[in-house]
Design a protein around this ligand. Structure first.
Ligand SMILES: Cc1ncc(COP(=O)(O)O)c(C=O)c1O
Length: 242
């Protein structure tokens, strides 16, 4: 998973010797350190076009692959199991209706023409946040891009200082007109994983520490400099760092 739009370390994962399907849902426009765009490696990669993504068709997504056989299989399975050279009502495998509609595709294609502008807008907001939030004691900002990699900005998630009540922070920000969200929760502590696999607190202490301190701030390409300043001022006040 290229989490938060940051390119994952593919060579390290490849060394495990397992088949890889990349979850690139959050990473449209991201580039690996070697210059390969995320989704342009040899593995199938999945992108999501839900409403919060860099490019949205409302729902749906896309799979990229360099493998013609994988493409043929996906083309068929998403289209109720029809093979490309078969007639309308012949199905040679079990399939599904996972088609992205023509209308949704048209909405996506228009944004694709403006993708660089949309990504640049998000990157500019991220850098404005970086400046506005610098120096707030104990607040950790998203890591910088490293080793030549370039993220496709998706969310701006900060880590609150230790000892701060995150839920109380969310409430206090809301009272000042600033929306924020806990993001992401630890997967093993979600109800399904607790109930199905018996996972409990304490099993993954680093993940749990990060998850309980993570906070996503308002983030979209059109966020103005003034609005960024307002969010930063509210957070500074709520954290008692004025
Ligand atoms: C990393 C990641 N994977 C998968 C998904 C799911 O995408 P979809 O709901 O379009 O299937 C999302 C959506 O937010 C995501 O952020």
């Amino acid at each position: 998973m290229h989490i938060f739009g940051y390119p994952a370390d593919l060579p390290a994962l490849e060394r495990l010797g397992l088949p890889i399907v990349e979850d690139a849902c959050e990473a449209l426009g991201a580039i690996h350190g070697d210059g390969t765009p995320v989704g342009g490696s040899s593995h199938p990669a999945v992108f999501g076009f839900y409403a919060n993504k860099q490019l949205t068709t409302g729902e749906g997504g896309m799979v990229t692959t360099a493998d013609a056989a994988v493409k043929e299989r996906i083309d068929s399975e998403r289209n109720q199991g029809r093979a490309p050279d078969m007639g309308w009502l012949d199905h040679d495998r079990l399939g599904f209706n996972y088609r992205l509609s023509d209308i949704a595709s048209a909405i996506g294609l228009v944004q694709l023409e403006r993708l660089e502008e949309l990504l640049a807008g998000r990157a500019a907001v991220a850098s404005a946040y970086r400046e506005a939030l610098a120096g707030i004691e104990g607040l950790e900002l998203p890591c910088e891009d490293a080793d030549g990699a370039c993220r496709g900005w998706f969310v701006f998630v900060v880590q609150l200082p230790h000892g701060i009540d995150r839920d109380e922070t969310v409430r206090a920000l809301r009272a000042r007109g600033v929306q924020s969200k806990p993001y992401l929760p630890a997967i093993h502590l979600m109800t399904y994983y607790r109930e199905t696999f018996g996972h409990r607190e304490g099993e993954f202490p680093v993940c749990e520490d990060v998850a309980t301190r993570s906070l996503a701030l308002p983030f979209f390409p059109g966020l103005s400099e003034d609005q960024v300043q307002r969010v930063a001022a509210a957070l500074r006040t709520v954290l008692g760092r004025d």
